[in-house]
Design a protein around this ligand. Sequence first.
Ligand SMILES: [Zn+2]
Length: 167
Amino acid sequence: MADDEGSKARCVNCREEVLVPDQYSHGDHIACGTCGTKHKVARGERVRLVVADPGPLRDALAQNEHAIRRIEADLAQARASFGIGANGFGIGVAFAIYQVGFKGEPLGLNLLLNAVGIALVSGMLLEAANWAFLAKRQRIARLSEELAEAEAEARQLRMKIRDATRL
Ligand SMILES: [Zn+2]
């Protein structure tokens, strides 16, 4: 079949080109030869394809919106716990400064041991905090990315549904 017997339009699902023969008029059904998705022909300035049955798209959108709400909740939780972690660490540091600076214990082995203990503990705290901060930051970044992807997908789905219901 030569190109001049029809026009090419892209499959809504797999984006492969579908040849729409000239005898197909506006609203006629045509399936994608690659993935089998059923379309309707939309003839305007140029030939376009819209999904014949928007039902599965609506289901996908509902699932997608559900996922978005879940990711948003996870993200809010991750951000909240990030704040708690930062505050907890700040309180720990303030306590150590108070112990060393203001309690004014007499000089001696006891203070030295205390100082070493504080140094060790604060060192471990720093390591743990650093690790937890990093892990939480990564989790927040990953969730933000997932959210952006899900929202982009939702926009695509809404566009396809709108196109399909117009015809
Ligand atoms: Zn296809």
